[in-house]
Design a binder for this molecule. Structure first.
Ligand code: H2U
Ligand code: ZN
Length: 333
């Protein structure tokens, strides 16, 4: 059993299970010829979106309000509590879409560091702008990459969801960060990153500013965390050289993923950062999680099911063996 100090949850690790046979579903790797411009894409420059609006002829990044937003700002207040059984409340928020580039055929793995740096700038600006709204307490930036992860379109894009309430995962990590600091007097992620860099076995890539590692408590095979080495709380606090280093770390991480199974590698990634509720939150340390859903290979469709759904997360491939494979591939880039 391994402990995740960020979420304060346990994980079961059983490496002997990689030996078991597989007679379940397999699928061929998804390979597509993607054009640089797709007249039918609702994210390409100049095209009509599904909601009826038309995109400008944008030249670098492009941000718009999600036409099918899950959270909307003018949600009327409301609450329900029936005998502690049926409990609900209204949740205002903002959802946006961030297109990374006009090029329909690119991905972070194939964009230049300079191009991705512009995307990071756009994300930081969204964090600042939406976080400044009086009702917004949390801003999450995330990317679904690949159809298996529910990305609706290959055009490189991310989503921004700004909530009035701090979402469960962020709240759990905040409790973990606070508990660690109370007990040890230092930031959990500052301490963790330097400890991992000193040992090296779970590190995929690192420079003076950013580290990419497979966390000791990784649940998904090839799951990684991208962490600034300096104690900064949100995307807006990244200095220019750190934005470049983050862009480079994201390029290395995604390009490495694309080589793991010799196929476009699906993942969801996103940033956890300081809530925007007006408190200082010095316990917060910005980081990104990359969470790939494939448990075995690009063709073996194995998801977290029975025991994971009903008991607790369990993994077969250890963090160390996944890191070793990723590190070797990253070195070839
Ligand atoms: P995903 O690929 O991660 O689903 O993100 C695409 C988002 O783009 C999705 O949330 C929005 C969808 O609501 N969208 C628009 O806002 N306008 C459109 O014309 C199509 C899709
Ligand atoms: Zn497109």
């Amino acid at each position: 059993m391994r402990f995740n100090p960020l979420t304060r949850t346990w994980l079961q690790v059983s490496p002997q299970r990689t030996q078991r046979p597989w007679q379940g579903e397999t699928a061929p790797p998804a390979r597509r010829d993607v054009p640089a411009y797709d007249p039918d894409c609702y994210l390409c420059p100049g095209n009509a979106r599904a909601g009826g609006a038309r995109n400008p002829h944008y030249a670098s990044t492009f941000v718009f309000d999600n036409d099918f937003a899950a959270l909307v700002p003018d949600t009327p207040p409301g609450a329900l509590d029936e005998s502690g059984l049926l409990i609900a409340r209204a949740e205002p928020g903002v959802c946006r879409v961030v297109c990374f580039t006009p090029r329909h055929d690119l991905s972070v793995a194939r964009m230049t560091t300079a191009q991705t740096r512009l995307v990071i700038n756009a994300w930081a600006a969204q964090y600042t702008e939406l976080g400044a709204l009086p009702f917004v307490r949390s801003v999450i930036v995330f990317e679904n990459n690949g159809p298996m992860m529910g990305a609706s379109n290959p055009h490189p894009h991310a989503q921004v969801w700004a909530n009035a309430t701090i979402p469960n995962e962020v709240a759990a990590e905040q409790a973990g960060l606070l508990a660690y600091r109370a007990e040890h007097g230092i930031c959990l992620l500052c301490a963790y990153v330097e400890r991992e860099l000193a040992e090296g076995t779970r590190v995929v890539h690192a420079d003076e500013r950013i580290a990419v590692l497979v966390p000791f408590w990784a649940t998904w095979p090839f799951e990684t965390m991208v962490v600034p080495r300096r104690h900064i709380r949100g995307l807006n606090e990244l200095e220019p050289d750190e934005r470049d280093a983050l862009a480079n770390a994201m390029r290395i991480t995604t390009a490495t993923y694309d080589r793991v199974f010799d196929a476009p590698f699906p993942y969801s990634m996103g940033f956890h950062q300081r809530p925007t509720d007006g408190e200082p939150h010095d316990e917060w340390h910005l980081h990104a999680h990359y969470l790939p859903p494939l448990l075995r290979s690009a063709t073996v469709r194995k998801y977290m099911v029975g025991y994971e759904l009903l008991g607790m997360p369990q993994r077969d491939i250890t963090a160390e063996s996944a890191a070793e494979r990723l590190r070797a591939l990253a070195a070839t880039l």
